[in-house]
Design a binder for this molecule. Sequence first.
Ligand SMILES: Nc1ncnc2c1ncn2[C@@H]1O[C@H](COP(=O)(O)OP(=O)(O)OP(=O)(O)O)[C@@H](O)[C@H]1O
Ligand SMILES: [Mg+2]
Length: 258
Amino acid sequence: MTKFIVVASSKGGVGKTTTALNLATALMTFGREVIVVDVNLSTPNVSLYLGAPNVPITLHDVLKHDKKITDALYMHTNGLKIIPASQSIRDIGDVDYDRLASLIKNLSGTVDYVIIDTAAGLGEEAISGIKMGDEILVVSTPDMPSVTDALRTIKIAKQHKKKITGVIMTRAYEDELELKKEDVETILETQVIGIIPEDETMRDALQMRSPVTFTHPNAPSSLGYKKLAAKLLGEKYIESVEKKDNTMDTLLKRLGMR
Ligand SMILES: Nc1ncnc2c1ncn2[C@@H]1O[C@H](COP(=O)(O)OP(=O)(O)OP(=O)(O)O)[C@@H](O)[C@H]1O
Ligand SMILES: [Mg+2]
């Protein structure tokens, strides 16, 4: 049965798209089939992060031209399947969100997981994204403004009777300047099920137009995403990080082969 997981937060720039792409990649390493759908229709990023800004058929075309949702399905060279939205400002206009939701539901039965990357804010676009999920992952950085916005997202999701699977704490330094996992859990009354460290490797991956979990599988953030995937699957994750770090190792890492 296909599970529809929404990655949400009303705060912008906290790592929703990064989480959607890397969680998808991590689930793939556990042998699951996944599609990432970009329902951030006003400022879509999924295809940009994967180096495919222009594709022939987007989610917008599916909505406008009566196409099948699978007509807008693409596969990245790393095997990750995505359904991107259009980058063209021309395409931003009236969107029938109910129709969008039912088109996305048509993906049921095609893969194990559909991961839905949503827009920031709490407008119609963001809320309709939240409504598309069986369960919601709330993304927050460990600081008060972000956690406050996460609380709003959780409240809205609960109003729509959605299951909140947990909070993903992204860009964590885990120092005295930021909120601790326990603080976040107390404020949000929700479990933190993943901690993704602040990781400079993320910039290398962006440059390589591929999720860090694929380009640098042993990077701290990649391990965080793989642990999260394991937790969602109820499987054990055994770290296999090589401790040695010689020149060849470093070179392979830079090339994304480690
Ligand atoms: N763990 C991390 N370490 C370092 N940088 C990160 C990490 N997670 C995300 N980033 C960076 O933070 C920036 C914002 O991430 P991202 O686009 O995923 O956020 P978003 O919540 O989807 O934003 P928006 O609300 O605009 O859609 C990106 O430059 C991304 O590379
Ligand atoms: Mg985004």
